[in-house]
Write a protein that binds this ligand. Sequence first.
Ligand SMILES: [Zn+2]
Length: 262
Amino acid sequence: MRVLRRYMHNSLRNFNYLLACEHSHQAIALDPLDGEAMVALAQQHGLQIKLIINTHEHHDHIEGNPAVQAATGAPVWAHENARIPNQAHGIKAGDWIELGTMRLQALHTPGHTPVHVCLLAPASEYDAVPRLFSGDTLFNACAGNCKNGGNVDDMYESFVSQLMPLPDETLLYPGHDYMKNNLGFALDREPGNAMASYWQQQVAATPEDDMPLMTLGQERQYNPFLRLHTPEVIAGLRQQFPDLSADDRAVFKALRQLRDHW
Ligand SMILES: [Zn+2]
C-alpha cells in the first residue's frame, strides 16, 4: 500500500489521505476535506480514486466528498449508522474493505462519535507493516475528544478492546496534526518522560507536512492515554482528583477531562 498524506493548512489541522494499491493504481480518499486537492493529488500520482471513506460524520472529515465524487464517481462509505450526504454503503464492525491488493478491516471505535470507524491494514504479502488509520480516535500523544456527540466511556472501551492490543510496529495515521501540542500535554502529565521530551525536541521545528510517522510502540512510550498504569501519571492526576482510583477507566477519563481544558 502506498499512503499519500497531505496536511490541509486549516485551523483544525486536518490530514487528508489517499490510500493506493501500487499494482492497480486504485485509491481510497479518506476523510477528504479539500476534494479538489485530493483529486489533483491522485492525478499527479496516476491514481484512480474508486472509493471515499469517512471515519465519522464531522464536517471537517466529509466536506470534500462532493468534489471527489463529482470528479471520480466514487461512492461514499461510512459506518452503517452514520448519516452522511450521498452515503452509498454502511460499514459494519469487522468488515473487510478490499481494493486492488489493499485489505482494510473496519474497526468500530465509538467515543469521539458513536459511528466512528478506524481502518486497520494488517501486514500482508504486499505490505510488510500494519497500518492504522485512526481518524479522531487516536492521535499522536493523545486520544480524541468526546465533546461533539461522543462518550468518554465508549472511547475508553475502544482504546482498551481494539487499539491497545495492536502490534507495536503498527504505523499510525491520525486525522489531525496535533502532535506538538499533545506532547506538551503529555509532558504536563508526566514531566519525567524522556521520550516525550525527545520527541518534543525532534518535532519542534518540523513543518506540518513533514511530521514523522510514528508507530504504536513509540506512542506507548509517551501517549498518556496508552500509559494508564504509569505511577507518575496517576500521582499527577491525584493532585487534581485526590480520590482517584488507579482503575484504568478512571485514569483515562480524568486524563480526557484535563485535556479538554488544557
Ligand atoms: Zn471529528
